[in-house]
Design a protein around this ligand. Structure first.
Ligand code: MEV
Length: 347
């Protein structure tokens, strides 16, 4: 009997710097205590078979299967298309199966010509800005490579996960997969060929405990489409705002280190204002962030926007929770800065 390898990776939340990070500005991103777990077993057949269960979305698991060759062909053709719009249109008509493509890519990278049986279980809401796809990509790379007896370094796992993310989002920065892979609190700058990735929890004392996450409406657009909205804005309009977000992120690093609550809140609100100008906020997010601003707090969308999660901060946690509930939402309890990808068990 083939051994089953189980690996898990955390989701992530952007404290600040989403979207501008795609244009080379820094972002500060924390790994969160919601995880995606992948179990992988080698198989001698040329098929990949999988079963997927997302806690927050579906009661019944989804199942999928394909030949390895077919899955590799889908992946190759998608990576070749430099214009991602047709890919998103295709996905709308016939949703591409991300886990399938992710597993095919890992096997292709390892030059493995046989298949695998995969099981996925995730607590991370899909398409909500919490890195569900990045956590899947990272845990898939770790579980499958280990099942095939490869001992890949974190860097190698992260590189494969980034390719999977490119398939899914077109032109991601790499910040999401790096955070899900390494865990903790990450300062990320996209600087190909070698990005700047620093684990900075040591520089930021305390446990970031007064941040709360709130889930607004599920977003309708994929991350890649939201990136495209920003890319389609007039260049000078976009460049000015991207620079502001970069400056605000730099200042946020200092404010977090000093535990300077007033500055943290001001910077979050400034970032939200600029993200709204970049057209990635929604009416619900505007209303919620405005309500939190009115009680003297800080709040902004987190991740690609267009719906999904808002991150909120106030020294008076009780007042923050009351305001969130008063707006008809429930605050979501997650721990920030948790461990990155890890092996859970091998059976
Ligand atoms: C998405 O979670 C974060 C974005 O900045 C995209 C990226 O960094 O790849 C919007």
């Amino acid at each position: 009997m083939m051994a089953t390898v189980v690996a898990s990776a955390p989701g992530k939340v952007h404290l600040i710097g989403e979207h501008s990070v795609v244009y080379g500005e820094p972002a500060i991103i924390a790994a969160i205590s919601l995880r995606c777990t992948v179990s992988a077993t080698r198989s001698e057949s040329m098929r990949i078979w999988g079963r997927e269960l997302h806690q927050t979305l579906e009661a019944t698991p989804r199942e999928w299967a394909t030949s390895l060759e077919q899955a590799c062909a889908i992946h190759r053709s998608c990576m070749q298309s430099k214009n991602f719009r047709p890919l998103f249109d295709l996905m709308k008509k016939k949703p591409m199966n991300l886990p399938l493509v992710a597993s095919a890519l890992v096997l292709e990278k390892l030059s493995v010509r046989t298949g695998a049986n995969i099981k996925i279980r995730s607590d991370i809401p899909i398409g909500s800005g919490l890195g569900s796809s990045a956590a899947l990509a990272v845990s898939m790379a770790k579980a499958l490579s280990t099942a095939y007896c490869y001992e890949l370094s974190s860097d190698e796992i992260n590189r494969i996960a980034f390719e999977i993310e490119q398939f899914n989002h077109g032109t991601p920065s790499g910040g999401d997969n790096s955070t899900c892979c390494l865990g903790g609190l990450i300062w990320f700058e996209k600087r190909p060929p070698v990005n700047i990735i620093r684990q900075v929890e040591g520089a930021i004392p305390g446990n970031l405990s007064n941040f709360l996450l709130v889930q607004t409406r599920k977003r309708e657009k994929k991350t890649g489409q939201l990136l495209q909205i920003v890319r389609d804005l007039p260049e000078d309009f976009r460049v000015v705002r991207v620079k502001i977000l970069g400056r605000v992120t730099g200042e946020m690093f200092g404010a977090l280190g000093r535990k300077d609550a007033a500055t943290i809140k001001r910077l979050m609100n400034e970032a939200q204002q600029v993200l709204a100008e970049l057209r990635v906020s929604t009416v619900e997010i505007d209303q919620l962030t405005e309500a939190i601003r009115r009680i003297g707090g800080g709040a902004k969308l987190s991740g690609a926007g267009g719906g999904g999660f808002v991150i909120c901060f106030h020294e008076d946690r009780k007042r923050l929770e009351e305001t969130i509930r008063g707006m008809g939402y429930s605050p979501c309890e997650v721990q920030l800065g948790v461990k990155g990808v890890r092996l859970e068990a091998s059976a």
